[in-house]
Design a protein around this ligand. Structure first.
Ligand SMILES: [Zn+2]
Length: 379
């Protein structure tokens, strides 16, 4: 996630925070200080209310972090590598680097988040009750009650059955266990997420028009985010299934047209680029190693008086992670963003160019996989 700053490392897991968390913290402190706490004790001074409200907002963030940490720790127990925990506007994200190994692990990793929020709700309810019994300041018990309600809401909201929410993961795990097929279970959870997101957008618009524009807008935004994430996960599910067991060499376009870094642009355009079907060309150095890529768009912007310019000067440099061997698992390449034109990676070995992988290769992979599956579905 961009615009994220690091807070540190807890239990070996890096914790980050997106700037939007500051907005949410301020919003929560504002709601507590100006609405919730004055209702609990109209006599409390502004200074007391804001101090208690700020503490409440921080405790709210801490309970969000606890929810994500629960996911991360259970994932780690099941051998899933955890990249980081990041807090942002709509809650938190525990970024897992691997997929859960089986349906049981999937269920536990997903389920423990809402369970933690529910436990926090119980804890805050107990603290509020104890505070009331001990006659502590009403603003303190009111903010504890508010925290209990907020955590209960988070638990319930996250249990809604659609990806990317925890409820969607739970749905996936249960279907996975029943069908024994992770891909079809993921698809069902992704579809449920898209439907859920659209329903929330619709509900949000109705609330916006009839009840409260702010609450409606908020609901619609969350729905829009859920639908978008579910669609992205659906695409990822497709890619995973299509690329299962394949290597870079299996999905690349082999022996592509290419240029040399010292080669003048003019002759290359006339001799190669103008006749090629490719829209991007790897550029090799004297040793035969790919060092850059030049697109047709870039070449078409070369004025005729600059036809002597070397391809090396016109090309985008290739970062080391974009030059891969032929045996790399294909799935690791499919998440990459294009670096030049539609180029994702260049495949090479022993100073020899073997192929290129473009977004067109990925599209072809997906189409072929759909075709294979349709043949299997209709015998
Ligand atoms: Zn969760």
């Amino acid at each position: 996630m961009k615009q994220t700053f690091k807070l540190g490392t807890i239990l070996g897991i890096p914790v980050g925070m997106h700037w939007s968390v500051l907005v949410i913290t301020a919003l929560i402190a504002d709601i507590l200080a100006r609405t919730v706490l004055p209702a609990a004790d109209p006599a409390a001074s502004a200074g007391t209310r804001w101090a208690v409200a700020a503490l409440g907002a921080v405790l709210f963030l801490a309970s969000l972090a606890a929810h994500e940490f629960a996911h991360a720790l259970v994932a780690r127990r099941h051998g899933v590598r955890v990249g980081s925990v990041t807090l942002w506007m709509l809650g938190g994200v525990a970024e897992l680097d691997d997929e859960p190994p089986d349906a049981r692990a999937d269920l536990r990793i997903a389920g423990v988040g809402p369970l933690t929020s529910a436990a926090a709700a119980v804890l805050f309810t107990g603290a509020a009750a104890a505070g009331a019994a001990l006659d502590v300041a009403p603003v303190a018990t009111a903010s504890l009650s508010w925290l209990a309600a907020a955590n209960a809401l988070i638990a319930v909201f996250n249990l809604l059955p659609g990806a990317p929410l925890d409820g969607g993961r739970i749905l996936r795990a249960l279907l996975w266990r029943r069908r024994g097929d992770r891909t079809s279970a993921s698809h069902a959870a992704d579809r449920a997420g898209t439907t859920l997101g659209h329903a929330m957008i619709g509900g949000g618009l109705v609330i916006m028009l009839l009840v409260s524009w702010f609450n409606g807008l908020w609901l619609a935004l969350v729905g829009w985010f859920i639908a978008g994430s579910a669609r992205a996960e659906g695409r990822w599910t497709d890619l995973r299934a299509a690329a299962a067991g394949l290597r870079a060499a299996d999905i690349m376009t082999p022996y592509p047209d290419h240029g040399w870094s010292w080669q003048p642009a003019g002759p290359f355009i006339e001799g190669v680029a103008a006749r090629s079907r490719q829209s991007v060309f790897p550029v090799l150095d004297v040793t035969g190693d790919p060092v850059g890529a030049v697109t047709v768009d870039r070449l078409s912007r070369v004025p005729s008086q600059k036809a002597g310019a070397a391809l090396g000067d016109l090309s985008v440099p290739l970062p080391p992670d974009r030059v891969t061997g032929p045996d790399i698992p294909a799935i690791t390449l499919l998440q990459l963003r294009p670096i030049a034109g539609d180029l994702l990676a260049v495949v090479a070995a022993d100073h020899r160019l073997l192929g290129i992988i473009t977004t067109a290769d990925v599209q072809r992979l997906l189409r072929h996989d759909r075709l294979r599956r349709s043949r299997r579905a209709t015998p």
